[in-house]
Design a protein around this ligand. Structure first.
Ligand code: NAI
Ligand code: MG
Length: 366
């Protein structure tokens, strides 16, 4: 099977961090015989500058065909006054919507060398590797009825939590598939004690499990207790699957277990394509960081680790993904730091390219 990849560097530090990832992709082709058919294209402000829209129809069509899309970041002050319909962020939103990416993957992975950046104690987070799967296209952010109405002489704000069986079923499958490529354990979080949607959620997740994934260990937890457990002993989890609202909160909590924004990758997955691979968009959690753009200061690790996720979840190259993650871990253990990873006392920070050089050297030594 060929491995097709669409690279969309975007704006600000997006192209800077993506340049390092491109070198790493080439390394896997040269040294590991893992060839990628790579196409590069424009998104965000960069696309607006050329096409007058933040994502052209041609780029959208390409994104629908490839095995995985890897995106840098979009946005920046230059585009702040644009009409909402052509803002850079709309390019990203169009990708997510038209590819119907309903499972948002937010790993919380804590390399030992960075454990002191966590808001928790070192032994609670060091070596942590969990994955939160957040349902992204339904739930209370989209449910009808919604709005602010007049009732009994005052205004009432209304949102509706609503999930169909099919919506729960498909995101549960994403979580079980991921678990099989990791620690084979899923914890589903809802509030079945007080919410009807939670009762249905628990029932459908259990049903999908019993029918098609009995080999995966499944547990259920109320989402509030889950938040507590994430802070108390996060290493008890492997994959957590939850709805849009709880996932929004829990993934932000989990992100803070690990420290810097410059280290956090993410993925959004949709339905399986004809070749069995899911539609997939991989991107760092951070934005275009205009305050440091063009200065060679950006940490490329979040984008590099997003590519590692692509290796594991789109291309079935779990061992090569681990090789890349271990290269990043080694570089950090050796003390190589971009500015965002330095404590106040400092030293001279590594540039974006020096961090890339160090990761490539660690790969060579692997
Ligand atoms: P941001 O994530 O771009 O930056 C927040 C802070 O973190 C800044 O101080 C930045 O320098 C630092 N930072 C972020 N990534 C870093 C990295 N890789 N290495 C070192 N430092 C890093 O968020 P902000 O400032 O709120 O937004 C800036 C622009 O990015 C806006 O136009 C926003 O709309 C856009 N944005 C785009 C996203 C995307 O493309 N997915 C996500 C979030 C924001
Ligand atoms: Mg949030």
């Amino acid at each position: 099977m060929t491995n097709t990849l669409l690279i969309l560097p975007g704006d600000g530090i997006g192209p800077e961090v993506m340049a390092e990832v491109t070198r790493i992709i080439d390394w896997f082709g040269d040294k590991r015989g893992l060839a990628f058919d790579v196409t590069e294209d424009l998104v965000g402000g960069a696309a607006y500058d050329v096409h007058g829209v933040p994502l052209s129809d041609a780029t959208m069509a390409k994104a629908q065909e490839v095995d995985a899309v890897l995106l840098g970041a979009v946005g920046g002050p230059k585009y702040d006054d644009l009409d909402f319909s052509v803002k850079p962020e709309r390019g990203l939103l169009r990708l997510r919507k038209e590819m119907d990416l309903y499972a948002n993957l937010r790993p919380a992975q804590c390399f030992d060398a960075l454990a002191d950046f966590s808001s928790l104690k070192r032994d609670v987070v060091s070596g942590l590797d969990i994955m939160i799967v957040r349902e992204l296209t339904s739930g209370i952010y989209f449910g009808e009825p919604r709005g602010i109405i007049e009732e009994g002489g005052q205004r009432v704000g209304i949102n509706t939590q609503r999930y169909t069986e099919a919506e729960i079923d498909r995101v549960a499958r994403s979580a079980f598939e991921l678990a099989r490529k990791r620690g084979n354990k899923v914890c589903s979080m809802e509030k079945a004690n007080v919410m009807e949607s939670g009762i249905l959620w628990r029932e459908v997740v259990q049903r999908v499990h019993d029918a098609d994934y009995p080999d995966v260990e499944l547990s259920h937890m109320y989402a509030d207790a889950g938040g507590m457990q994430l802070c108390r002993w996060p290493k008890q989890f492997d994959v957590i699957v939850t709805d849009n609202l709880f996932g929004d909160l829990l993934s932000d909590v989990a992100a803070m277990l690990t420290g810097s924004l410059g280290m956090l990758p993410s993925a959004s997955l949709g339905a399986p394509m004809e070749n069995g691979r899911p539609k997939a968009l991989y991107e760092p959690v951070h934005g275009s960081a205009p305050d440091i753009a063009g200065q060679g200061k950006a940490n490329p690790c979040a984008c590099v680790l997003s590519f590692a996720m692509a290796l594991r979840y789109s291309f079935d190259q779990g061992e090569e993904a681990t090789r890349l993650e271990q290269a990043v871990e080694k570089v950090l253990a050796d003390g190589v730091r971009t500015a965002d990873l330095m404590q106040a006392e400092g030293g001279t920070p590594a540039t974006t390219a020096q961090m890339g050089d160090a990761i490539l050297a660690a790969l060579d030594a692997s």
